[in-house]
Structures are given as C-alpha cells and as structure tokens.
Design a binder for this molecule. Sequence first.
Ligand code: SF4
Length: 314
Amino acid sequence: MVENLKKEISKLKREKNAIILAHFYVDGEIQDIADYVGDSLELARKAATTKADIIVFAGVHFMAETAKILSPDKKVLIPDLDSGCPLADSMELSKFKEFRKKYPDYYVINYVNSTAEIKAVSDLICTSSNAVELVQSLSADTKILFGPDRNLGSYIKRFVENEIILWQGNCPIHQNFSAEKLKVLKQNNPDAIVLAHPEANEAVLSQSDFIGSTSKIIKYAQESDKTKFIIATEPGVIHKMKQLVNDKIFIPLPPVTNHEQSICTDMKKHTLQKIYDALLKEQFEINMDKELIEKAKKPIELMLEKSLNLGLIK
Ligand code: SF4
C-alpha cells in the first residue's frame, strides 16, 4: 500500500514536472520521497531556483508562502492547508505596525517564520542559519527591531553590539523544552553532546554545547567524533541524522509536560496520502496578491543575496 502510494507519487511528479520540498521536521517517510530536504534557508533557495512547474511543499504555511513569493509563476501546493506555524501566526500585522511606530528609525529584521504580510513590512528576512551573520554584516550602530522569536533574537545579541529590540514571541515547541530534564539527561549521559536550536529557551541554550539551525545540527552530529547527542530541537531531524550516521545515539530532549518528545504537530499533518492528493488534484494552492508578493519578495531576496555574498549558500 505505502509502496504503491510512493510509486504513484513518483509517476505524478514526472508527468507534471513537480518537485517535493520537505523540512527536516516532517515525518521520515515524507523526507524519504522528497526531492530535497532542508532547513528554511536551503528550501527558500531551492524554491527560488527550481525549474519544476509545480512545488509541493511539505512544511508549514509560511514556508510554502515563501516558495510562492520567490517563484510566483509556479504552482505551489501545500498538502495540508491547516499546517500553520504558531510562532508565525502569533505576530499580528496590526500589532507589529504599532510596535514599529514606536521605533521609526530602526531597521526591521524578521525571522522567516512570519507571514507574508509581516515580511512585506520588513527590511530584511533571516533564518536561523544566517541570522547572526546577517546582523554582523550591518554596521554596529544600526538599531534593529527583531521578531518574532525572542530566543533567536537573544541568541543573536550574544554576537553583536547593535541595539536590538525584540518582539516577544516564541515557538511553543522550542520554548517548552525542559531545562530540568536536560540537567538529568546530562548527568546520566556525561559523554553526550547537547545540540540545540536557537529557538530553544535560554535555560536550555545555556546548557548546550552547540547551537545552530537544523542543518547545522545535523552536520555537527555527522562530522563530530562523539557518538552520543542530546537533541534540543524538533526530533524530526533525528531521521536524517540516523540516515547519515546510524551508529550514533540520539536522545530527544523532552518537554516540560509529560510527553517523551516535543513534536511540532503542524509539521506532522502532512502524510503520503495528502501529498498524493495534492499532486493528483493540484490542491491546496498557495495564492497571493501580486502587490503583496512584490513587497514581501524584497527582504527575502536581500537575504538570499547577502547569504550568497557571505558564502552561506551556493
Ligand atoms: Fe513553527 Fe515551532 Fe513548528 Fe517550527 S517547530 S514550525 S517554529 S511551531
């Protein structure tokens, strides 16, 4: 059944000149059939350069939206329309505009985990892969408004002298990692290295050995001579890690609540069946107003241009 579905998906992809882009947080079986799996920066780059006619985006809504902004002439489909990002959705445009009014001469940098409307009123977009380098590329006297993730913003502050005012948002998954459980895991596994995403809360980050985007975390585990890692990001990344280095041990950091793992339920809404349906029926298409696309494209393209110049992407 599953194998048949995979064959049908491949057939439809060929017939329709479609590609599947997937984030590291989606289910492993979707990562396995994707043409490209990556973090937000890599996926944005792929979306901007693909020659496919259709992009099926297995990720949350803002990611599919970013793909559409960068490739407005292509059909961008999201297999489950309800796959949103609570962090992105928490930053309401009207409230952000009020916030911005208080700091009229500040340069606005927003995380890619934001809606197209928020991107359209930003000067520059960043991802967790390039945020520090992009801020470092500005002069030290550039005053910055940063949103929506305050943990990522605080992390950037460690590396620069710029004045940075933070929007007080966070990712419920990364904010909810348990620093207490991390302490215990470290005591029980003294040989383990802690790899964390900068969206994680400060109490977790302060106990981590390495902080980076999903791609950087995966690369670190692959290249390290250590064999045991505690993973403080959504455990979907462990699928790729095990494929790359199956003789190493990966321990997902649990949340404060009683669950064993911190799962991003929005990312997990996509299934093989939904991807098949998306390709077959060409649903659910991301559509946006042309003016919005043009406005939102500027700060994303600036991010890609700067990232290319800084050698962060190819
Ligand atoms: Fe949004 Fe957090 Fe899920 Fe990423 S892990 S998509 S930031 S809710």
